[in-house]
Design a protein around this ligand. Structure first.
Ligand code: HEM
Length: 459
């Protein structure tokens, strides 16, 4: 990376950033080695770095004061914009990709679906799937931790989304979604991503996959709706039923089939990739730190007086801290971005309309100004006392403000359920030994790079 000061690469002066290629600017580095580009530039230029990505100006903001301004205080002046358009190709206009009054209505409709009373039921699905994984692992010498966790979280979100009655189709939907995520990852890495409408062989395949997916999703929505209408006693609390029944309390409207499809797809994708990566990284860190693994196991083996499954997993205080620390070091959603719609004054600069701001939890969570020895794994950073000392916006694994992850609590219950079940049944070790270094692979989410073989040794 070229680290030259460039204060004149656009209509907006202000903070500096690396000069980059004469034509592409910093785009090549952004595609090839984004974690290094963002972290190194912040070290050199400070907490406001200016990049040129092709024709676009991108500001990387790592001052928690600016993070709060963009994600919370001034959130209305930004839209999702650039970057989320790749996801929109197959997610459609769902919660993650939409903006403005449409997003606001959808969020109001969907928020109650993630209410605690529903999560209690989903916790049982999570436990059943974790128990099934324990059985599947018996007798296996070693497994690749990332693909194993991806399969598990896909089962969990499939079952919680569609219920058991229509889950037959989940097995058809899953591989298509996996391929579309890989497709989105490839598009993200290509220097000049061509619109999906250009009739190239790869685009034609993407379009065919989306058509098949749309067909299956429509079938499932129709099937579930018919089941509900024909059997008023059907109290299924799958997410899809809840989405079908969700009624806007101001207008009394329900979602159209197209909206149901887009929201279901969004939850399916947003709800399993991120959680799988959080699980994989936490297992890796526990394998690299056997003393932490032992302490976490002791906690989940202790007799527990909690009244139910949901309350029990949420009472695992130490394991909770392990998860927080894992998502500090390896935040699954490692960068979020916004596009400004009007001038916004930040601590070091003014962001002009159509400029992009990027906020990287990877950079924020490893900033030595907020974290002592940031490269060290230490769950003690997350005791209540330590958390109270930090700026709230220096730790944002689930984003923040009105667009904060709607599945935060769902994910937490899932992570605690799966990890506590595995800890109770297995000791886990990296096949390459506890010193094996695992590199992150920043795609749409932050995956471990390559295969990570892990041994699960029954207790
Ligand atoms: C460890 C697991 C998870 C992580 C780290 C994570 C992270 C995030 C982040 C950072 C955002 C904000 C994106 C932005 O500001 O642009 C987000 C949004 C979202 N997440 Fe999650 N997520 C996780 C699990 C889930 C689960 C389990 C679900 C659903 C079952 C889910 C559904 C969503 C949705 C629908 C949005 C968009 C919300 C909106 O804009 O209104 N996520 N997530």
């Amino acid at each position: 990376m070229e680290l030259h000061t460039s204060r004149t690469n656009g209509p907006n002066p202000g903070a500096a950033g690396p000069k980059g290629h004469w034509f592409f600017g910093n785009l090549l580095d952004r595609r090839r080695r984004p974690l290094e580009l963002y972290a190194d530039s912040t070290r050199v230029y400070g907490k406001t770095v200016r990049f040129r990505m092709g024709p676009k100006t991108v500001w990387l903001l790592s001052n928690p004061v600016d993070v709060q301004l963009v994600l919370h205080d001034q959130a209305k002046k930004f839209v999702k914009g650039y970057g989320y358009d790749i996801l929109e190709i197959f997610l459609g206009r769902g919660l993650l990709t939409s903006d403005g009054s449409f997003w606001h209505r959808q969020r109001r409709l969907i928020q109650p679906v993630f209410h605690r009373s529903n999560l209690v039921g989903f916790a049982q699905v999570m436990q059943d799937e974790a128990d099934a994984l324990v059985l599947r692992l018996r007798g296996q010498v070693e497994v690749d931790v990332t693909t194993t966790m991806l399969k598990l979280t896909m089962e969990i979100v499939g079952k919680t989304l569609f219920g058991t009655n229509v889950s037959d189709h989940t097995s058809e939907v899953s591989p298509i979604i996996s391929e579309l995520i890989e497709d989105a990852n490839r598009r993200l890495l290509s220097v000049v991503p061509l619109p999906v409408s250009v009739p190239l062989p790869r685009n034609l395949r993407t379009r065919r996959l989306i058509e098949r997916l749309d067909g299956l999703m429509s079938k499932m929505i129709e099937e579930r709706r018919n089941q509900k209408e024909n059997d008023p006693k059907d109290k299924g609390i799958d997410l899809l039923s809840l989405l079908i029944a969700a009624t806007d309390d101001q207008t009394n409207e329900r979602m159209t089939d197209r909206q149901l499809r887009d929201e279901a797809m969004t939850i399916f994708v947003a709800g399993h990739e991120t959680t799988a990566n959080a699980l994989a990284w936490t297992l890796i860190l526990l394998a690299q730190h056997p003393e932490v693994q032992t302490r976490a196991r002791e906690e989940v083996q202790k007799p527990n007086a909690a009244p139910g499954l949901f309350e029990r997993v949420l009472s695992y205080e130490y394991l909770g801290r392990v998860i927080d620390e894992s998502m500090r070091m390896y935040p699954p959603a490692w960068v979020v971005s916004r596009q400004s719609t009007e001038p916004v004054a930040l601590s070091q600069t003014v962001v002009h309309p159509d400029e992009i701001v990027a906020i990287s939890s990877w950079v924020l969570h490893r900033d030595p100004d907020f974290w002592k020895d940031p490269q060290t794994f230490d769950p003690e950073r997350f005791t209540a006392d330590e958390c109270a000392k930090r700026h709230k916006y220096s730790y944002i694994p689930f984003g923040a403000g009105p667009r904060q992850c709607i599945g935060t609590q769902f994910a937490r219950v899932e992570l605690l359920t799966v990890l506590s079940t595995l800890l109770r049944n297995y000791r886990f070790e990296l096949s390459g030994g506890s010193q094996q270094k695992i590199e992150p692979h920043p795609l749409v989410t932050l995956r471990p790079r390559g295969r990570v073989p892990m041994k699960f040794i029954p207790i």
